[in-house]
Design a protein around this ligand. Structure first.
Ligand code: TRP
Length: 331
């Protein structure tokens, strides 16, 4: 029952701004798939954001609009692809509940991301019941669209596997073939997918080491200005170590001349400020089309896109729920 061309993916609305690491790790692939003619369903996972931001639901909802804007800015075309907010399509909540009855607790307790988040939240009195069900909700998100594949960042592999396990279990328990397996589409471009932050740690808003898709050219220049380079390279003539230098790592990905730039950096023939200046120009050019698409988008355009997206998503999700209810004898 899965469509050959349907693709589903999503990101949580825990932050109002996506960064270039989110783009290279996942969003970039979505845009490529769209341009290859797949039917893309791009979801903003506001319900998933509530598993950790339960104390600020209004922010989750405001963020969701901003994330949708970033999707469009990144090149998701709302005329070709479906952009929607998870909570607007109530079938996600319904399928989550039904699947939660069929999912063994042990499967969920073993998920590595669960243990991490559990610790972050600080104990069972603070940890919401919904957090344990995070992968079940994600499974509902996916199975509702019976997709061919799910393009995600590397960190989502465990969640995707549980999804296919739950789908198989549903079929077995109901003696049906409602769900078929979907493919895990994880970026093969290792360099881009693991884009470091500007301090060489993981790119994360809590480290302040990000370049955001919604930043101005001046923001980007300033961020690159403060980026981590070779600490022992005080002067242009000192040898650089490009492997450990954030600016050189970025040049490797974004600059067609990176080999020469690296060689000159190592040989003491170029300074960090020249690297920074060239990277700033290249990145600002790379981000320019995204900035232009964002500037052309009003808040009311986004509301229209999301309303239309929810309607189109609901058509597919509703069909799946009919099949699910009928397989379970719930009519
Ligand atoms: N868990 C994903 C993340 O943190 C977001 C997500 C929610 C998702 N539902 C999904 C991703 C369904 C792919 C498919 O990035």
């Amino acid at each position: 029952m899965s469509s050959n061309k349907r693709i589903l993916s999503g990101m949580r609305s825990t932050s109002p701004k996506l960064h270039i690491g989110n783009y290279e790790g996942a969003l970039h692939n979505w845009v490529d798939l769209q341009n290859d003619g797949f039917d893309l369903f791009c979801m903003v996972a506001d319900l998933h954001a509530l598993t950790t931001m339960f104390d600020d639901p209004k922010a989750v909802s405001i963020n969701a609009r901003e994330v949708a804007k970033d999707y469009v800015a990144a090149g998701i075309d709302p005329n070709r692809s479906v952009i929607f907010i998870q909570s607007h399509v109530k079938e996600h909540s319904e399928l989550h509940l039904l699947l939660s009855m069929m999912t063994p607790l042990g499967w969920l307790e073993r998920v590595p991301t669960y243990k991490e988040k559990q610790q972050d939240l600080g104990g069972a009195e603070r940890e919401p019941y919904g957090l344990l069900g995070y992968p079940v909700l994600q499974t509902a998100d996916i199975l509702l669209y019976r997709p061919h594949g799910v393009p995600v960042g590397r960190d989502q592999a465990a969640h995707l596997e549980i999804g296919n396990d739950i789908g198989r279990r549903f079929n077995k328990l109901t003696g049906s073939e409602v769900f078929s397996e979907y493919k895990y589409m994880i970026s093969e471009d290792e360099l881009r997918a693991k884009l470091p932050g500007l301090d060489m740690r993981k790119m994360s808003k809590s480290y302040g080491n990000c370049i955001y898709l919604s930043d101005t050219p001046e923001d980007t220049a300033k961020q690159i200005q403060s980026a981590f380079t070779t600490p022992t390279k005080m002067r242009k003539s000192d040898p650089g170590i490009p492997e450990g230098c954030a600016v050189c790592q970025y040049l490797r990905i974004y600059s067609p001349n990176w080999e020469q730039q690296w060689a000159e950096d190592v040989a003491g023939e170029r300074g960090c400020s020249q690297n920074k200046k060239e990277l700033t120009e290249i990145l600002n050019e790379y981000l320019r089309p995204m900035r232009e698409r964002r500037a052309a988008l009003s808040d009311s355009d986004v509301e229209d896109i999301l309303r239309d997206g929810a309607k189109r998503a609901q058509v597919v999700a509703g069909e799946t729920m009919d099949a699910v209810r009928s397989a379970m004898g719930l009519f």
